[in-house]
Design a protein around this ligand. Structure first.
Ligand code: SAM
Length: 314
């Protein structure tokens, strides 16, 4: 469906939980007893979204794999008419066991968040000594044939020096590596001095060559992709701070408590649960919410509006 600013909103991010099994320094504190809507309700809402033109769904969190019914949620979404692609964003801690069942249920793409290849540092950033577990998950996901993307947030003075090692994950394996600019922290807001911009990295890695991803590529609006000679995977840059991609934004978010959030950069959301048992009304309300999507996000000017990433899934 086309919104008020001419953007085709076809991508729904579904945060299935606010719970997480890691405590990343930049992400936000977990709210343990936050409400989680059921797999059935998620399915009803995604069906209504599909009627409004959503074709791609990404499951996220919190950590989506801490939900015991994640495979069931995936299967239900797979069966919805109009949904062509389902992806998941995970920290990879539980992925070894879930990769095959999730793939069988319909997930084709897995984004794995990984901010360090150094065990001590991984522990410092995430709070847990689980780097080997995550690396094993990447192997398993590769073996079952999922399309893998590694997402990394670089922070000045923390893991910036690992950019090249992480980039090299795309060298011998068909893994896309994407660097995401650090967004404002959920608690203190401003963190501008810690941001490593996409431009800085592109300058540093001057062997990268821009890829024209064309209009058909779903990620065109958010990631700028590059290739490097001899690399099997691509290198992507997601620059929400230095290169606002709001003009091409095609996404909308369903939060784990049944609220819909039109834009990541604004704290406003609409509770859709009062309409959950009336398909027609649900679809009408979703249409209205899509039409209320703002023109652009406010990260650079209204830090106070920022909502903890653990609630919304990035
Ligand atoms: N638990 C899953 C994971 O780790 O991928 C999904 C949710 S997590 C919030 C989604 C992504 O948001 C992760 O790649 C994480 O690095 C990113 N993220 C969290 N806080 C961020 C921040 N302040 N700036 C940039 N990215 C952030």
């Amino acid at each position: 469906m086309i919104d008020n600013f001419g953007r085709d909103i076809n991508y729904l991010r579904v945060s299935v939980t606010q719970r997480c099994n890691l405590r990343c320094v930049y992400c936000g504190t977990e709210i343990p007893d936050a409400k989680e809507i059921s797999a059935n309700d998620i399915s009803k809402i995604v069906s209504a979204f599909a009627k409004c033109g959503i074709t791609k769904v990404r499951l996220t969190g919190g950590e989506p794999l801490v939900r015991k019914d994640i495979v069931d949620i995936t299967k239900k979404i797979s069966n919805i008419d109009g949904i062509k692609k389902i992806a998941i964003t995970t920290n990879g801690v539980l992925l070894s066991d879930y990769a095959k069942p999730l793939q069988d249920a319909g997930i084709s793409v897995v984004n794995i968040s990984l901010d360090s290849l150094n065990r001590e540092r991984y522990k410092k950033i995430t709070g847990f000594d689980l780097l080997p577990t995550v690396l094993e998950s990447i192997d398993v996901a590769e073996k079952v044939g999922m399309k893998i993307r590694v997402n990394t947030v670089l922070i000045k003075g923390e893991n910036e020096d690992e950019a090249e090692d992480i980039l090299n994950l795309a060298k011998d394996r068909k893994i896309d590596v994407r660097f995401i600019e650090l967004m404002p922290f959920s608690d203190t807001g401003s963190n501008e001095k810690l941001i490593v911009t996409g431009d800085e990295l592109i300058k540093k890695f001057d062997f990268l060559e821009k890829i024209d991803t064309g209009n058909s590529n779903f990620e065109k609006s958010v990631a700028r992709y590059y290739k490097a000679e001899g690399f099997k995977g691509r290198i992507g840059f997601i620059n929400p701070i230095s290169d606002k991609f709001c003009d091409g934004c095609n996404r909308i978010r369903l939060l784990s408590d049944g609220k819909i959030r039109p834009c990541l950069g604004y704290d406003s959301s609409v509770d859709i649960m009062p309409f959950i048992d009336d398909e027609e009304k649900l679809t009408q309300e979703i249409e209205k919410i899509i039409l209320s999507k703002p023109n652009g996000h406010s990260f650079n000017c209204e830090y106070g509006n920022f909502h903890a990433m653990n609630k919304i899934g990035g």
